[in-house]
Design a protein. Structure first.
Length: 101
């Protein structure tokens, strides 16, 4: 006669599994989602301080001066000849340097 033993897969196993999944989801949020949302918030704060005359660095590596700002686009002037003016999305700005007064 074979005796059946309880393997512990009842309520205790279910709670352990849920706990492991909870820890895994928290770790994913803490290491992946949270830093990304903090960086996005920091970028939005930086772009909200954008003003005319600011020197900006674009994501493509060009330095220019902001000459016009609209809702989600800016016109940036590149170079010394004042003829190279390019409209671009605000999200293409990676760094702002305020002019020294």
């Amino acid at each position: 006669m074979v005796l059946l033993e309880a393997t512990g897969t009842g309520m205790g196993g279910l709670v352990g599994t849920i706990l492991i999944y909870g820890i895994f989801l928290f770790a994913m949020w803490f290491f992946l989602i949270r830093p990304q949302s903090k960086e996005k918030k920091k970028m939005q704060e930086m772009l909200s301080t954008l003003a005319l005359g600011d020197c900006v660095l674009t994501t493509s590596g060009f330095y220019g001066v902001v000459i016009d700002i609209s809702d989600d686009t800016v016109i940036v002037e590149f170079g010394n000849n004042k003829n190279c003016r390019i409209p671009m999305d605000k999200q293409a700005i990676s760094r702002i340097e305020k002019p020294i007064e």
